[in-house]
Ligand binder design. Structure first.
Ligand code: DC
Length: 211
């Protein structure tokens, strides 16, 4: 079984997807980290994330050692990830890896932007997690502060607007809910309530599948 969890930056996709994977005993892949790894590789070579050749080369030769790098979570790397993610050949280079992961037994949860629309359109369960930009900025500011990084709320909000606009307007695999996705707005939900709602939805899909 495949569970696709898509949505904009800082909507809580990662926390929700990890909780679903733990609940159902499935494998978990944060696909945003793949784009962040590409961005980090390009930046650390002093190259430009807008350069398709450099970004595509980085995507084709991902260094697994950078998978857990602390720098992956930096806002600058997030912005650069959103830039390399708009390059079709970068997306194409990462597609097989994501699809083979999705085929793992007994099931997989993948979180990203285009899992339900492009990577795994056949996923049995698709959740589009969202929240207002203000609430997402509030959560991201708190998360950064917890990691010892004090960044003004207004700056985080501006970054979120910028990344949303780029992720939504790109012509290839833009951020949009799949037609058959369950849209989960977590603006007024805490994480427990959001996870409970997501589990109820996935359970309903499992029942439908086995009926
Ligand atoms: O989820 P994240 O913030 O770690 O993702 C970083 C960037 O990668 C995001 O701005 C857009 C891009 N991305 C994507 O285009 N497709 C995905 N499946 C996952 C991430």
């Amino acid at each position: 079984m495949i569970i696709a969890v898509d949505g904009p930056a800082a909507a809580g996709k990662g926390t929700l997807a990890r909780a679903l994977a733990a609940h159902f005993g499935f494998h978990f892949l944060d696909t945003g980290s793949l784009y962040r790894m590409v961005a980090l590789a390009v930046l650390s070579r002093g190259e430009d994330p807008r350069d398709p050749e450099s970004a595509t080369m980085a995507a084709a030769t991902l260094d697994p050692k950078s998978w857990n790098a602390e720098a992956l979570r930096d806002e600058m790397v997030g912005q650069a990830a959103s830039i390399v993610a708009a390059i079709p050949s970068v997306r194409a280079a990462l597609l097989n890896l994501q699809r083979s992961f999705a085929a793992r037994k007994p099931g997989a949860v993948l979180d990203g932007r285009d899992i339900g629309t492009v990577v795994c359109p056949e996923a049995e369960a698709k959740i589009f997690v969202t929240a207002s930009p203000q609430e997402r900025a509030r959560r991201r500011t708190a998360e950064l502060a917890q990691r010892g990084k004090t960044i003004a709320y207004e700056a985080v909000l501006a970054d979120i607007h910028k990344r949303d606009a780029r992720d939504r307007s790109r012509s290839f695999a833009p951020l949009v809910p799949a037609g058959d996705a369950y849209v989960l707005d977590t603006t007024d939900l805490d994480i427990n309530a959001a996870v409970a709602a997501a589990i109820r939805y996935v359970d309903s899909r499992v029942v439908k599948r086995s009926a």
